[in-house]
Design a protein around this ligand. Structure first.
Ligand SMILES: Cc1cc2nc3c(=O)[nH]c(=O)nc-3n(C[C@H](O)[C@H](O)[C@H](O)COP(=O)(O)OP(=O)(O)OC[C@H]3O[C@@H](n4cnc5c(N)ncnc54)[C@H](O)[C@@H]3O)c2cc1C
Ligand code: FES
Length: 259
């Protein structure tokens, strides 16, 4: 983990409301593992000193890219970043996704910016399986061509039926799952909490492995403030686990969801 004073090298619209921000970050870029995130201090934004967490979409020796959607005051303030502006980041943070277990068939399940969070994993995995992407409309299904170029069989689902199967991601996943050798599946999931829980419940009921990247609001991002805790199952009962430091990726059986 490093704190780096980076520079904006690219910043533009991507698809729908999503934007791409690329930062020159030669110290952090080479250290990144799939599923890790960075904590970004938004310049020209003096209402809060809190950083904002973003999954690392792409990383190489020169820098990192994020794919973000403006949803509030902080991310709206990021819109005005220009090429050459300085941006302070801490990263790479979090545990990231584990290596694929031997003999397993990888499956990706993502919604919204989850597609960006899974892109490096999709690239790294030696076997390319099926990728289920969910969103409200076609505009929310990101990077389809990039995943296809890597060799993934992409199955989109949209709530309004504007792309792929109409409904939720589970409406495409469930019929497919019935045809599979369940124990051999290993899922890598990133998306909104209801999607994470739905996939986690299926993994526990049906006996396959699912790695879920938890989406919790974060303050410090480095394990000190306990803003981001979830309940993690232990042999004795449960304990608090920090999504920023112990996660964000947990196996479905570890997570005790709040009722
Ligand atoms: C590990 C991790 C990785 C993330 N990766 C990405 C990414 O790759 N791309 C991206 O666009 N966003 C990502 N996010 C979400 C991003 O951090 C939030 O959208 C951002 O912090 C919102 O800041 P804001 O000041 O604009 O919004 P705020 O004013 O703080 O909040 C505006 C609205 O957004 C909601 N919100 C804030 N944080 C989150 C969150 N974590 N999840 C869901 N809703 C939230 C608030 O409840 C509120 O309704 C990630 C979050 C986490 C925890
Ligand atoms: S955000 Fe502070 S402990 Fe996780």
């Amino acid at each position: 983990m490093k704190q780096e004073k980076t520079t904006v090298v690219e910043h533009h619209n991507f698809q729908g409301e999503y934007r791409i921000l690329r930062l020159s970050a030669p110290q952090i870029g080479p250290m990144v593992k799939p599923g890790q995130f960075l904590h970004l201090l938004i310049p020209h934004y003096d209402r809060s000193i809190l950083r904002r967490p973003f999954s690392i979409y792409k990383a190489d020796a020169d820098g990192v890219s994020i794919l973000y959607k403006p949803v509030g005051r902080g991310t709206e303030a990021m819109r005005i970043l220009r090429v050459g502006d300085p941006v302070d980041i801490i990263g790479p943070l979090g545990n990231g996704y584990p290596q694929q277990a031997e003999g397993k068939i990888p499956v990706l399940v993502a919604g919204g910016y989850g597609n960006a969070a899974l892109f490096l994993k999709a690239k790294e995995l030696p076997v390319k399986g099926v990728a289920f992407f969910g969103g409200r409309t076609a505009q929310d299904i990101l990077c389809v061509d990039e995943f296809k170029e890597l060799g993934w069989d992409v199955r989109p689902t949209t709530n309004d039926g504007s792309l792929g199967t109409a409904g939720l991601v589970t409406d495409a996943f469930d019929p497919w799952m019935k045809e599979q050798n369940i124990e051999s599946l290993e899922l890598f999931v990133c998306g909104p909490n209801p999607m994470l829980k739905a996939m986690g419940d299926r993994a526990i009921e049906r006996g396959f492995t699912a790695w879920l990247s938890m989406d919790k609001n974060m303050a410090c991002g480095v394990g000190a403030c306990l803003t981001c805790v979830i309940k993690r199952q232990t042999e004795q009962g449960w304990e608090w686990a920090r999504c920023c430091k112990d996660g964000p990726v947990f196996e479905s059986r570890e997570i005790l969801w709040d009722e």
